[in-house]
Design a protein. Sequence first.
Length: 367
Amino acid sequence: MMFKINNFLKKIFIFNWNLFSKINFFYNHNFKFKKNSLKHIKVLIVKPSNYSDLYSAGLKNTIETIKSSQYRMGPIGILTEFNAKVVISNYYKEQKIPIKQLVKDKRFHYFSKQYKQGINFSNFDFTKFDWVFSIKDSIPKNVIKKNPKVLWTLLFEDHKEKNYLKDNFFGNQKYDLTFDTTQGFTLYDIFKSKKSISFPYTFTHNNISKQLRLKDKKKKQIVLEIYQPKNLSFNSLGNFEVAKLDGNLKISEYFKLLSTTKYFYCPIYTLPRWGNSIIEAAAFNCLIIGNPNCFWNGLLIQDECIAKNHTDGLKILKRFESDKILYKKILTKQKKIFNKINFYRPLSLLEKNIKKNFKEKKIFKLF
């Protein structure tokens, strides 16, 4: 009984959350960021060795680094757009990571391999970089203090992390800026600290297929979001291929799948979720058919694509398949919104914050 009540309250909250985001976006979506090349900005991505997701260090090129992620795409725009390098830290929240205590963890082999690659903070030259991008809290405080000319930022994994709300509203005392993992226009924006900016965990644009050297050629294919029921039938659509995500695909195969997929399907839900999957699908130009109230970042689902059940979803799919002009029009609209909120706006917020608050940093003259 309590579960049903909590679930009901969450649904009411997320409905109002997304309504606020939609209104906020409508009135505040006009902003400018002139994207010139950012390759002159040197970025160091630092990841703790006990973190099982995202990128490995020491690989030969950007594409190989991106494909080394264990599960999710993550902020691949940092790798593709900046002069970026990945290193591993053996520190987490000011403490040396106790690798021996992780022996019983099924991911120990991966952790151990990363641990051996950990940099030596005592002699690592951070002055070679303009910006250090920490995935989770992986850098000791004394290192940051020794390098005041470098911009130090912290990316949270999700909103459930300890100190997430505190840092969002009051600012982090250790890092120059924290990134809140959202696409912005949320209720967080009302009370946000000047030391926190809206910056999505999956930071990228919709040209990623080309950058990964994949063919962005769509076929009659639907990918079901991981939490959709297994028994959904699409026989009425004719010769459509249907793939259901299960979390077991290698990231390179996942990229290939999305690059050839026409629709990403997600109308059904029991509990709201953050929604990295719809951001990843939009990055590969899959048209998202679904319920915005499934996700905390529902802005990507266009009005013409809103389906709150499977029957509605099938009707929408049939409509797009019978009207190619409409399909192209709505996909173009989705692309524009995606690039605005997932790429240009985060960069615009970062640039404004640097220009206003970090004149002493090397990066000030580079944006």
